[in-house]
Design a protein around this ligand. Structure first.
Ligand code: GRG
Length: 316
């Protein structure tokens, strides 16, 4: 597990990653954080009896992906004065929850997708029964993992984070967003209000929990949490707008999943309401506003500013 003597947390690495206001390298920042997260995720689920379920959980968890949610959690913990060790178990839990939502989203009863993260979907490899259980296993383990592995954080702070994650996953978050998404499929009168509801819940809720939980673990005060909440709301919506645009403009090779699925399944999307150019403009406006609220934090906010830019610049 993560400890201060883990080679990835040595002072030389930290010094290299120092944000001095002039030498911030987003590509390097994301690559190093991704490597930390990958290493921690890899260690988080050993394969034991019954091997099949652990292999199915690991198959999707270790299939790559941008690791955006854990990176956000680590970055806001850092901004609020915390350490990577304080946030890493929660960061891993966020990725476990995100991965389980992808496994269930890909099932025949939901989006019925064959590819995810450049690989066959979980149910295509392990069967529907095991894929459902792999999702359930990851969801339950996420909460056990952060409760047991988090060190150096007062219990009441951790409890708030547990509640925040539960709220983001439940009918108040991902599950509620997915229900309205399923109900809206094929309907030709979806309003912007409904589309915003779907994505604020399906996508925005977990991104917001990622941003706020990191800061909360570090003991951030209400004013910091308020600014981060605005940042999170804006990047969450921008993330989904760009996701919809990429579904139209990117290839399977870039996305690691079938492109053009939204049109195929007659989903209402931002490009279908606004067109591609206006969607990109709206996403950029949200990102600009997200960056604006972090101005008071100066150079300390550079990672979060960089992540905001990454959301509109990404190709996958
Ligand atoms: C949470 C209990 C529970 C059930 C799941 C299926 C479901 C309920 C919700 C759907 C959630 C979902 C799949 C939302 C889409 C979010 C989204 C934009 C995913 C893509 O995220 P990226 O681009 O993917 O960060 P990578 O692969 O990079 O991690």
């Amino acid at each position: 597990m993560i400890s201060a003597d883990n080679p990835h947390f040595t002072s030389s690495v930290k010094a290299k990653m120092a944000v001095d206001g002039t030498s911030f390298d987003l590509k390097e920042f994301l690559a190093v954080r991704r490597a930390w997260v990958e290493e921690s995720l890899d260690a988080s689920i050993p394969v034991t009896y019954p091997e099949k379920i652990y292999e199915a959980m690991r198959y999707s968890l270790m299939a790559g992906g941008k690791r955006l949610r854990p990176i956000l959690c680590l970055a806001t913990c850092d901004l609020a004065g915390g350490t990577p060790e304080m946030a890493m178990p929660t960061a891993c839990a966020l990725e476990m929850i995100h991965t389980m939502s992808l496994i269930h989203d890909d099932l025949p009863a939901m989006d019925n997708d064959d590819y995810r993260r450049g690989k066959l979907t979980n149910h295509k490899v392990f069967g529907e029964d095991i894929a459902i259980l792999a999702g359930d296993g990851l969801l339950a383990y996420a909460f056990e993992f952060l409760a047991i592995q988090t060190k150096g954080v007062p219990a009441e702070r951790l409890l708030k984070v547990v509640a925040r994650l539960g709220h983001a996953v439940a009918a108040t978050g991902l599950v509620g967003g997915q229900v309205v998404d399923l109900e809206s499929e094929g309907a030709d009168n979806i309003t912007l209000k409904t589309l915003n509801f779907i994505h604020a819940h399906k996508t925005g809720a977990l991104l917001e929990a990622s941003v706020l939980s990191g800061a909360e673990l570090a003991g951030a005060d209400t004013s910091v949490l308020q600014r981060l909440s605005t940042y999170a709301g804006n990047i969450g919506l921008a993330f989904q707008i760009i996701d919809d645009v990429l579904d139209v403009t990117a290839t399977y090779e870039e996305l690691g999943k079938t492109a053009g699925k939204d049109i195929q399944s007659q989903k209402a999307t931002y490009p279908s309401l606004w067109g591609i150019e206006e969607s990109q403009r709206q996403a950029q406006a949200l990102i600009d506003e997200a960056k604006e609220v972090l101005v008071p934090y100066g150079a300390k906010a550079l990672p979060l500013l960089g992540i905001a830019d990454f959301i509109t610049a990404r190709k996958s």
